[in-house]
Design a protein around this ligand. Structure first.
Ligand SMILES: *Cc1c(COP(=O)(O)O)cnc(C)c1O
Length: 449
């Protein structure tokens, strides 16, 4: 069957995420038949470089032999078993490995990032309640934060497009200024912006600390805000303030964990350990849905009691799914065996030469790079920039999804030198094309994908 047949069936039967479906009248859905490495192939045989790691989940490419073999092996032993009152080898081994890597002794599992956020928020509140401080029930998050889109997670998510509609359902958290380094004023460095943001946070904690359960942040990079990067000193300061005011620190590394920022976990770059660490997305290499909240033994012990209601009575049907846990174990083994962090560091250095011309463009501002993420803001008068750029790249055979006027590359780590060079050249071409007044490729009416 051709692309055309699949896209019309999909359009008729599938409600696609994060999409005004009517917009697909103008901008066709792309049906993917198979994928290998960094390449997606559609039903007409056209290939697309997966420049966003399939929404930030894929780590080592598609059709990854080791992860595939691990899942197959698990499938022959045990696909899934209830985790209440039962346990299994893969969930035990994964929890032990994650504890050893993070110093956080207990792991609680969910299936999606948003459920990890919910778990962390509920656990933090319930911890303080168990300690006789039920008034600590509010949460702080920096402006432009994103922690998922369930009703609880929306309380700490600050993306108006996602949250405004549902405002009447949400008990809003407290917003503090973002440490986004782009806010640097003349002569200021990223660390100065971080210090300013931390001072504002301190003011809030000083006034309302007794009602605050936790501060939740995306360490080093606010992904959905448009890969907004900030100085690690903000996190160090945040850790100090949370200790001082007796407030939990929840690190949401759902997007940034597993090497994206150049270390296995972003918190490492600030030398801090959070009270809760939320993980998902890359945890299974992009193979299966799994999320995890790691926490301290101190938090765990506050729930350990003869009283049932002091326990954490929260569950998801697929908690600790064996196939997903086994995929995650293989991901961690690959990091170790293939020295992924060190290899990525070398790759990123050698990619500099392809990125330099983009960085130097007159229509590019705030070029930024951390680990395996590159982002820049495009100066463009076009209100349809994101859609037009997306379409111009699809035409060339690459999947990039700008956030507003921010273009970012967040490729699977298997990206080669040639592929990066090609992606950069295609990006330059697309930017040039969009700049031309008489663009042959008119996209004015194309909606955001
Ligand atoms: C994607 C994301 C989430 C939500 O994860 P889902 O699996 O989409 O629910 C939460 N926090 C951050 C930082 C994310 O990037």
């Amino acid at each position: 069957m051709s692309n055309q047949a699949w896209l019309s069936r999909s359009f008729n039967a599938v409600w696609h995420p994060c999409t005004q479906m009517k917009r697909h009248e103008a901008l066709p859905i792309i049906p993917i038949a198979r994928a290998d490495g960094i390449w997606l192939t559609d039903f007409d045989g056209k290939r697309y470089l997966d420049g966003v790691s399939s929404w930030w989940v894929n780590l080592f490419g598609h059709n990854q032999p080791r992860i595939k073999a691990a899942i197959k092996a698990q499938l022959d032993e045990l696909e899934h078993v209830i985790l209440a009152g039962f346990t299994h080898r893969s969930v035990v081994e994964l929890s032990e490995r994650l504890a050893a890597l993070t110093g956080l002794g207990h792991a609680f599992y969910g299936s999606d990032g948003a459920s990890a956020t919910e778990i962390a928020l509920k656990m933090s509140f319930h911890y303080w309640k168990n300690l006789g401080q039920p008034e600590k029930c509010r949460f702080i998050s920096p402006e432009n934060s994103y922690h998922g889109e369930t009703v609880g997670a929306l309380a700490v998510t600050d993306v108006p497009l996602f949250s405004n509609t549902y405002a009447p359902l949400v008990k809003p958290g407290i917003r503090v200024p973002t440490p986004d380094a782009r806010l640097a004023e003349n002569g200021e460095r990223a660390a100065d912006v971080a210090r300013r943001a931390a001072r504002s946070l301190e003011n809030v904690l000083a006034k309302q600390g007794s009602q605050i359960a936790a501060v939740i942040v995306e360490p080093l990079v606010q992904g959905a805000a448009g890969m907004a990067m900030y100085d690690a000193s903000y996190l160090t300061e945040l850790r100090r303030l949370c200790d001082q005011y007796q407030v939990h620190l929840i690190a949401d590394e759902i997007a940034m964990g597993f090497g994206r920022t150049g270390t296995l976990f972003a918190c490492e770059q600030a030398g801090i350990r959070p009270d809760f660490l939320c993980l998902s997305k890359g945890i299974t290499g992009g193979y299966l849905p799994l999320s995890c909240v790691l926490t301290t033994d101190t938090v765990y012990r506050a729930f350990y009691d003869d009283d049932v209601t002091r326990g954490f009575l929260h569950s998801h049907s697929y908690t600790g799914n064996a196939l997903a846990c086994r995929a995650a174990l293989e991901v961690l083994a690959i990091f170790e065996d293939e020295q992924v962090i060190a290899v990525n560091k070398e790759k990123a250095t050698s990619f500099e030469r392809y990125l330099a011309p983009i960085r130097a463009r007159a229509d590019v501002r705030h070029f930024r790079h951390l680990g395996m993420i590159w982002a820049f803001d495009v100066v463009s008068a076009r209100s349809d920039f994101a859609t037009a750029f997306f379409a111009a790249m699809v035409k060339r055979g690459a999947l990039l999804r700008p956030i507003g006027k921010t273009v970012y590359f967040m490729p699977p780590y298997c990206i080669s030198e040639t592929e990066m060079a090609w992606l950069c050249a295609a990006t330059q071409e697309a930017l040039d094309e969009l700049n031309q007044a008489n663009s042959r490729f008119a996209t004015e009416n194309l909606p955001l994908p």
